[in-house]
Design a protein around this ligand. Structure first.
Ligand SMILES: Cc1cc2nc3c(=O)[nH]c(=O)nc-3n(C[C@H](O)[C@H](O)[C@H](O)COP(=O)(O)OP(=O)(O)OC[C@H]3O[C@@H](n4cnc5c(N)ncnc54)[C@H](O)[C@@H]3O)c2cc1C
Length: 340
């Protein structure tokens, strides 16, 4: 189910929101207050059936970060506890006469600090709910449920992190990074952020503050339509990043934003030997995208790392030839071709 479809469902809809559906195996549902019909077996499905949009927050800050992108800070004004971890989202219901009860998820983009304020990054996409949220005034109140979702905090501190974001997919990383680095996470953390135009650049001050403070963090921005004098990376992240990754092992991957980028990178990383369990994915849109084999082959060919075992890299290097008898496999030619 796409977020568009989720958003247009009536309140009695039994299908959970996309985030709930996909993360059903390891979702954290905060304990309900009082009697609540939550099944132990499938709590997220039960939550999908009842009206949980009973939480309230008021808009306390509204910033235009760049054309078409807003930073909205809300303060929770109900009496329930408000706890979240980096990676969690809230689902907002429009409660609007024209829009009905349209609802959609939005990731929290501020680090957890024990307070009741949280920030969202909103991309205005000529859609109904984003238009509605974009038109809120200070003091307006939203109905929401959550926070819930899948924590981004890595399960161990022994591996490097590679973060790939497109557009407002940067949001959850702005929650994760200050939180994790402040905790003392000292493995290398590399962030690549894909945007379209120079005009889309924003929040760089927050990323710069992190690079100034933490030597193990670095970030690069890739513009798919860069101006002539742009000295950053050029192209989509699937074009500009693969050749910068010297190794793929010993790393956890986080992919957030456009579902097309996420699908392509996940498939190619898997082809190159990365375990899918080491890839955290959060698609905001294009959730049904399926990559063409030719597209995947082009992206795969851009990768330089060959440190993990995979049929693709090892066939290219002439090291994996299941169709050739073992006795004939010992002497690959310099060009990587078989010399039977
Ligand atoms: C788990 C999750 C977290 C999300 N977090 C955020 C968030 O932090 N910030 C945010 O702005 N959105 C986020 N979204 C997307 C959001 O839920 C809505 O889908 C989005 O605001 C569009 O809703 P709409 O009703 O305005 O437009 P719709 O009618 O639902 O969509 C209009 C068109 O815009 C496309 N679209 C949707 N989102 C984007 C986008 N970000 N960039 C480009 N095109 C897009 C849709 O595919 C569709 O073609 C998230 C989605 C999911 C599933």
């Amino acid at each position: 189910m796409t977020s568009e479809e989720a958003g247009s469902l009536g309140e009695e809809a039994e299908e959970p929101l996309p985030g709930y559906q996909r993360l059903a195996s390891d979702i954290d549902i905060l304990p309900p207050q009082g009697a609540f019909p939550v099944s132990r077996g499938a709590p997220e499905r039960k939550l999908g059936r009842v009206n949980r949009y009973d939480r309230r927050a008021t808009l306390v800050e509204r910033r235009v970060l760049c054309p078409g992108t807003l930073g909205l800070t809300f303060e929770v004004i109900d009496s329930e506890p408000f706890h979240f971890l980096p990676g969690y989202f809230i689902a907002i219901r429009a409660d609007d006469e024209t829009l009905g009860k349209r609802r959609s998820p939005y990731c929290i983009t501020s680090p957890p600090d024990g307070g009741r304020r949280f920030r969202l990054l909103l991309r205005l996409v000529h859609g109904e709910l984003s238009g509605h949220l974009g038109s809120l005034d200070l003091g307006d109140v939203i109905s929401f449920r959550g926070p819930s979702g899948q924590s981004m905090i890595p399960k161990d501190d022994e591996r490097a992190l590679l973060l790939l974001a497109t557009g407002v997919g940067i949001g959850p990383f702005l929650s994760l990074l200050p939180y994790l680095l402040e905790l003392g996470f000292d493995q290398p953390v590399r962030l690549f952020w894909g945007l379209r135009h120079l005009d889309d650049l924003c929040l760089v001050d927050e990323l710069e503050a992190l690079t100034d403070t933490y030597a193990n963090f670095e970030y690069r921005i890739s513009l798919s339509q860069p101006p002539p004098n742009w000295d950053g990376l050029c192209g989509r992240v699937t074009e500009s990043v693969p050749q910068l990754l010297e190794t793929l092992g010993g790393t956890r991957y986080y992919l957030v934003g456009n579902g097309a980028m996420i699908e392509e990178m996940t498939d190619v990383l898997s082809d190159l030997g990365v375990n899918r369990r080491d890839v955290y994915r959060e698609a905001y849109f294009n959730v049904r995208y399926r990559a063409q084999p030719a597209t995947l082959a082009e992206i795969r060919a851009r990768f330089v790392a060959t440190d993990l075992f995979s049929p693709f890299t090892h066939i290219e290097a002439g090291l994996f030839m299941p169709e050739v008898p073992a006795t004939a496999r010992s002497s690959p030619s310099p060009g990587g071709k078989t010399t039977p």
